[in-house]
Design a protein around this ligand. Structure first.
Ligand SMILES: [Zn+2]
Length: 88
């Protein structure tokens, strides 16, 4: 008879583990999340060790970038149109 203990120990979900105190929690667990300009910094709630960083609000930043790019190209197009009308 075999007892596959490794199968029972296999975690069902990915967990982040603190390298300092071995605190374990899933990415959406009890980590302290500190927001920086474009990054979410995950810190251990027990010893404040930085666990990982993830890009934050990336969709919003990309949307802002798209909008400004579109506005710039529209502006360039209208400037060209005016120049073509003014030039002989
Ligand atoms: Zn820790």
């Amino acid at each position: 008879m075999t007892s596959p203990s490794s199968e029972r120990d296999r975690p069902r979900k990915a967990v982040l583990i603190c390298s300092e105190c071995s605190h374990q929690s899933p990415p959406d667990g009890d980590w302290e999340v500190r927001r920086e300009a474009s990054t979410d910094v995950y810190e251990c709630p027990d010893c404040s060790t930085e666990i990982t960083r993830r890009p934050a609000d990336r969709d919003r930043l990309e949307r802002l970038f798209d909008v400004s790019t579109t506005a710039t190209s529209l502006w360039n197009q209208s400037v060209e149109a005016v120049q073509q009308r003014l030039l002989p």
